[in-house]
Design a protein around this ligand. Structure first.
Ligand code: SAM
Length: 187
């Protein structure tokens, strides 16, 4: 995996709600900032913010533009490098298209619970980094990615867990993204 052959996707639909129904979540400004900085710091090509609602994509584009070319850039130039890798798209299919098609993309999903879907440990995943395909790491919001997304991925990464027996591992998507990037990509 060379630099820029990895991207991150932050999905807002389809997403599970507390009741296990499929919903669409709102874009959180903090997610865009935090995850673009982590993605940039690990050499990712893009942070794809996936949202089917145009007004939400425009909100994200406005956040990006403020920091990439607006007054934000004048105030904190370093932030521009992070936000400039942000791309907003309506669906995961659009992400695959941007990356050269689903067949050219190795898709690894993440989840706090595997829901019975076979998962790959981080140790094994590090040995399975694609040599030529673009690696896409997919993260959810709300109460997580639906099983359909986990199953349509090439791999599901094992949940990040602590050594405590109580199994509590509900990380924010921001924290999960940073940990996954480090475990998968750190040299
Ligand atoms: N509103 C919440 C927040 O503050 O981010 C969103 C939670 S959402 C379920 C968190 C996403 O981060 C999951 O869809 C998954 O992609 C990832 N995630 C959370 N906890 C995780 C864990 N223990 N292991 C792996 N991924 C995790």
């Amino acid at each position: 995996v060379t630099d820029e052959s990895v991207s991150v996707a932050l999905v807002h639909h389809p997403i599970l709600d507390r009741a296990g129904e499929i919903v669409t979540t709102a874009i959180t400004n903090l997610d865009v900032h935090d995850m673009s900085r982590s993605a940039r710091a690990y050499g990712c090509r893009h942070l794809f913010v996936v949202h089917p609602v145009g007004a939400q994509r425009q909100l994200c584009d406005r956040i990006r533009d403020h920091w990439v070319q607006g007054s934000g850039k004048r105030r904190i130039p370093d932030r521009a490098a992070a936000l400039e890798i942000v791309r907003t798209v309506p669906s995961l299919e659009d992400v695959y298209t941007e990356l050269g098609g689903r067949a050219a993309t190795e898709v690894w999903a993440t989840a706090a619970q595997t829901k019975g879907v076979p998962a790959t440990s981080f140790a094994d995943a590090r040995g399975l980094l694609p040599a030529s395909k673009h690696l896409l790491l997919v993260f959810g919001t709300g109460w997580g990615l639906p099983t359909s997304v986990l199953e349509s991925a090439d791999r599901l990464l094992a949940p990040i867990v602590s050594g405590r027996g109580d199994g509590w591992n509900h990380l924010s998507v921001r924290a999960a993204c940073a940990i996954v990037l480090d475990r998968v990509l750190s040299r």
